[in-house]
Each structure stands twice: as C-alpha cells, then as structure tokens.
Design a protein around this ligand. Structure first.
Ligand SMILES: [Zn+2]
Length: 129
C-alpha cells in the first residue's frame, strides 16, 4: 500500500477513531492508552508522540458537567439524599471517561501530527520514517 506523504484525512477521522494520523488505517494504540511505537500499516514512528495528560482537562470538563448535572437532577427530581446522586452519577462519569479518554488523546496526537507540533515544541514526526 502506498502511503500518502501528506495526510488526507482530518484528525477526527484518524486520531479520534484511534487510527494512525498519517494513513488512517493502522491502530494508534498498542493497549488501552499506550501509543504504539510504529504504525503497522505505514510505518510512521509514533514512539516519541504521546499527548500525556493533555486530554484529561477536556474529559474532566465534559464528565464533571455531566456528573454534576445528573446528580443535581436526581437529587431534586426524586427528592433524595446525597447518596443517590453519587450512586447514579458515578457510573455515568466512569463510562464517559473510559469511552472518551482514548478518543480525545488520539485526537490530540493527530492534531500534533497535522500541525507538525510534537510534545517538545518541535516536529517530532519524521516524514521519512
Ligand atoms: Zn499509519
């Protein structure tokens, strides 16, 4: 398979789906949140790329807003004590975090690739790899 030198897909189509930011075919992760060293389809070196905790603030905002919203709604709609919002909101927050964290992390890595901005402030993606 020939590999395009320039990505033809957006970060939403590649990183958000957990795919390589260059070819959009290979998997971005070797496990749940561990970025693979090299794309198994196009060979892009991903060993230096890791968005780290960059995705976490976005997830905290989304999951926190949902969790608090659901908790407050449950507490006032059903006139419960403090225990009910915690019991109801916790699974929702946990599910949102587990689902969105790899997607947002992949999106950030793909955006780093598309904008030629690596973790160190320089382009760590080697176009010749
Ligand atoms: Zn690839």
């Amino acid at each position: 398979m020939s590999t395009p030198s320039h990505p033809t897909r957006s970060a939403w189509q590649t990183g958000f789906r957990g795919k390589c930011p260059r070819c959009g075919e290979g998997s971005l992760y070797s496990s749940f949140l561990k970025v693979t060293d090299r794309c198994d389809v196009c060979g892009l070196d991903l060993s230096q790329e890791d968005a780290g905790d960059g995705a976490v603030p976005f997830i905290i905002i989304i999951a926190g807003t949902l969790g608090v919203g659901i908790g407050v709604w449950v507490m006032f709609a059903f006139n419960t004590g403090v225990w009910a919002p915690i019991v109801v909101a916790f699974p929702v927050v946990a599910a949102v975090v587990l689902i969105l964290l790899p997607k947002v992390k992949g999106l950030l890595i793909a955006l780093q690739y598309l904008n030629k901005a690596g973790d160190t402030g320089t382009n760590t993606f080697d176009e010749n790899s």
